[in-house]
Design a protein around this ligand. Sequence first.
Ligand code: FES
Length: 157
Amino acid sequence: MDLDGSEQDPEMKEYSSVCVGREVDMKKSERMTAVVHDREVVIFYHKGEYHAMDIRCYHSGGPLHLGEIEDFDGRPCIVCPWHKYKITLATGEGLYQSIDPKDPSAKPKWCSKGIKQRIHKVTVDNGNIYVTLSTESFKCDSDFYATGDFKVIKFSS
Ligand code: FES
């Protein structure tokens, strides 16, 4: 219990933004990896927008920086190279296709499993790119591979 009577989650931290690179380089490479406050992230530049997320896929820790970006249901997604899970760049939702078993002739529909991959904030200032880690308190599946025993930090990009 804190002095003010509230309890704080020891895992909750305040994070400052970290400069990860130059906009001019990112616009050429369209993706990069970075370690931000001991958390490995991938940053994508796609169709004029920046997106950052945990680098290891929420499913089984696959390397998202090696995946392809494709649109599904009009939403740009990173496709994990290991088992082809689709994750929206903007929100970190896992997408899947479903079909009504009672109506096999129906066209499969894209559905969301909800937010599975933690998304971080990207800002650009004076030609530099900054990442601010998400401090949203909900448990996100990708946290499993971004923290604790399963965290793997690779310092190469
Ligand atoms: Fe990414 Fe399985 S590890 S889809």
